[in-house]
Design a protein around this ligand. Sequence first.
Ligand code: AHG
Ligand code: MN
Ligand code: MN
Length: 359
Amino acid sequence: MGDKQNKGVDSKKREVVREFDEFKGFKTLESCIANEQHLHPESRGFFADILRRIGVASKIIESKVQRAGLTNVLGKQGNVNVQGEEQMKLDVLSHELMMNTLGWLPAVAGLASEEEEDVMRLPPHPDENDTYVILFDPLDGSSNIDANVTIGTIFSIHRRVTKWGSCELVDFLQPGYKQLAAGYVVYGSSTMFVYSSGDGVHGFTLDPEVGEYVLSHPDMRFPDQCKCFSANETNYNKWDKATRKYADHIRFNDEDERYDKVSSRYIGSMVADFHRNLLYGGVFMYPADEKNPNGKLRLLYECSPMAWLAEQAGGAATTGTQDICDIEPTELHQRTPIVVGNKQEVELYKKFCKEHPGK
Ligand code: AHG
Ligand code: MN
Ligand code: MN
């Protein structure tokens, strides 16, 4: 071929390459999990299998959520769960999907879900005792399901502490700081898988055309600004004195420029509220109130994983007197008050709790 012709071919090639520019450095959840596994040559691949399977489960849930209005899965199931809350059809479906997708993995010793009173013990691995338990909230934000408002899935992974036979309750009752990984999937205007295995928080957006989670938000950190105050403010009169004073301080503060741009933002799906605050900066809280002396949210599969993620992202989470990740659990479905978000705001809440005790 002559020189002239060659140039023509080269520029065509370059055009083609440019067209696919967006796929350069295309890091998928799958490739990041594999990379992490290669950093630990002693790894058995079990942990990677679990993360992959949660990714798969979440894609199936996502597809059900997307088509919910077309497939008769909106509305109530007609049952009340162990929390005394009415289950939605999608709560039950997501629970079943998580159980079925994770339940056959040899690395998993047991599963616990918001939607089931007891833990599910899986047959012990014939050769491995050092396996894992997974706790999850299959669908968070049930009250938003029928209105097409953002909902999510939360998970927490612990190494089992018992060594032989079937797992036991004690394997699940571990404080948050012992988590090996935690994360959530947020089903919003796009679907994101956000997780940490102890090395920062990383967010992957589902590319619906390719069907893969693609790294879009590496190393997520709370920005140092307080833009969002997220609480169910209709509970204000039922909060204790410290919490009321704290809410007023953030909402109506004309002196501290830190709060110049703060706005009330509350979706009523913890996953969605947390995710937005992680991106924009702010604080989410579900404190104790007269009706719920231990708060509303559950420690092991809602608060602990979110608290751990917050810490990994430079934030913090407290009950007011204790770090959420330090709570030694005593019951599978126990609740805890929580204030989670920017470290500065969480520290401030602790200070208010010290300075303004009582009702
Ligand atoms: P779930 O749907 O898993 O039961 O959780 C709902 C939780 C949480 O996501 C949210 O922050 C809170 O309930 C909302 O409660 P209020 O409706 O009382 O504000
Ligand atoms: Mn929930
Ligand atoms: Mn739920």
